[in-house]
Design a protein around this ligand. Structure first.
Ligand SMILES: Cc1ncc(COP(=O)(O)O)c(C=O)c1O
Length: 471
């Protein structure tokens, strides 16, 4: 098949996918995993099947994928798709530049520098810099590693004994901090989970006590990881209070703003992150609220030289790095060697919308979440399960009957939504309670979908109470 004909075929599939308005289309595939293994030919052949088969394989893939662009997809902290960002993703793959050196990715380097510097300005690091990473998990790890390099100078080169080194995080922090504790060599048990207040924010007084206790026990406090906003409840830690403690105690403050960093665009909501300028590092996922396709995540640091030291590979990679481009080779600020160009898609979307477009998006998402919350509060069979700061709406179906186990009911309810392919929403826990965690982030979400969603939740809740089996 000719290149143009093949690309046309692929483009037709893209358009069909994006423009599908079929209200009956499922958000997730109906086939079970077992049936998929049984019925689809996914084996790698000895002799190739040729280009036509590639198109058939693409059709099978699309048909059996979760439709994350549909408004009914509201499970994780991302969803929907915008055209500029999709175009950036495609062209980044096509040009296939790798971000390690300026020589091999000239314009991509300048674009990444532009985006990183702008994000640094937004968090209040005027002289800061950073890098794109493989996600917020990786950004949290870089924050912890920078803390290590900063406080235990030379540990990047000399190694360190992590046994008594401790890091303080919110009890509701994302699990990536545990994964990072393993990688940086301190171990899960040296992550100290600080109790939260009733809204899910790290309690500064408890933090202060935990630090004092750790010092008393002969531990070495290294860093505080604050969260803006948390994964389940969308709670923003009080960054002013935590930065005061960090400065007083001489600790690094990393802010995990993977989910909530986008509030900084909005005049109305940016106060959620007041004090972020006093932190040392921040991670911020553009693939979450900003809707840029996975992966698009920035790690930002106030003092670029710390990241530079952390990523220093001396001059062993003489086949890539030379002194003449020392200041512009982004591979000197990353732990990766080959690295995708993830900045292009964000840059294109940002250029298309401007700061004002992102601000409108944040305000609209928050207003949609307010709308959802209001409808939940107004409904006698629904209840909010947490206060709200961001667009996480944690709620459940409820009934005034002690014989009904609400955890079982809501688990069943959520399974029915998935089974019928109508909506995808997360099942989470707050304390001992099972909640439906609804996220307003999908770029294609609208009020009609939110209303349909609640109606379906109520429908299933009623059917379960009546003892009716799933359809
Ligand atoms: C608060 C928070 N931090 C970090 C992460 C990890 O981000 P990523 O999935 O980009 O690694 C998540 C993911 O949901 C998150 O909610």
């Amino acid at each position: 098949m000719e290149t143009a004909a093949f690309i046309d075929e692929v483009a037709t599939r893209l358009v069909d996918y994006l423009e599908s308005k079929d209200p009956n289309e499922r958000v997730n595939p109906s086939r079970s995993l077992a049936s998929m293994r049984r019925t689809l030919d996914l084996q790698l052949p000895l002799e190739g099947h040729g280009m036509d088969a590639v198109l058939d394989d693409l059709d099978a893939f699309i048909a059996n994928s979760v439709k994350t662009h549909r408004p009914e997809f509201m499970n994780p902290l991302w969803g929907g798709l915008t055209l500029p960002a999709l175009a950036g993703e495609i062209v980044a793959s096509m040009t296939n530049n790798s971000m390690y050196t300026y020589e091999l990715s000239p314009i991509a380097t300048v674009i990444e520098q532009t985006v990183v510097k702008r994000m640094c300005e937004m968090v209040g690091f005027p002289d800061g810099f950073g890098t794109f990473t493989t996600g917020g998990s990786n950004g949290n790890m870089l924050g912890m590693l920078c803390a290590r390099e900063h406080l235990i100078s030379g540990s990047t080169k000399n190694g360190f004994d992590g046994r008594s080194t401790v890091i303080f995080v919110s009890a509701e922090a994302h699990y990536s901090v545990l994964m990072a504790a393993n990688v940086i060599g301190i171990g899960h048990q040296n992550i100290i989970k600080v109790q939260c207040d009733e809204h899910g924010r790290m309690d500064p007084d408890r933090l202060q006590e935990e630090i004092a206790f750790a010092r008393q026990e002969g531990m070495r406090p290294l860093c505080i990881v604050a969260t803006a906003a948390t994964t389940v409840r969308g709670a923003y830690d009080d960054l002013e209070a935590l930065s005061d403690i960090a400065h007083r105690e001489g600790l690094w403050l990393h802010v995990d703003a993977a989910w909530g960093g986008t509030c900084l665009f909005s005049n109305r909501h940016r106060t959620l992150m007041d004090g972020v300028d006093k932190a040392d590092s921040v991670c911020w996922d553009a693939h979450k609220m900003m809707g840029v396709p996975l992966i698009c995540s920035a790690f930002l640091v106030k003092k670029p030289e710390v990241l530079r030291r952390l990523c220093d590979h001396t001059n062993v990679a003489h086949y890539l790095f030379h002194a003449d481009a020392e200041l512009d080779d982004l591979g000197r600020y990353s732990l990766q060697c080959a690295r995708r160009n993830d900045a292009l898609k964000l840059w294109l979307d940002w250029r298309a919308r401007g700061d004002a477009g992102w601000a409108r998006m944040v305000d609209e998402r928050m207003a949609d979440a307010d709308h959802l919350q209001q409808n939940i509060e107004d409904h006698p069979s629904l209840e909010m399960m947490s206060s709200r700061m961001w667009t996480n709406v944690c709620f459940r179906y409820t009934v005034d009957d002690d014989d009904v186990d609400l955890n079982d009911l809501n688990t069943d309810l959520r399974n029915r939504l998935i089974q019928e392919g109508s909506f995808m929403v997360s099942r989470s826990n707050i304390g001992d309670d099972v909640v439906l965690r609804m996220i307003v982030a999908n770029q294609n979400l609208d009020r009609d979908t939110l209303d349909r969603f609640l109606a379906r939740v109520v429908h299933h809740g009623q059917e379960i109470l009546r003892g009716l089996p799933a359809a």
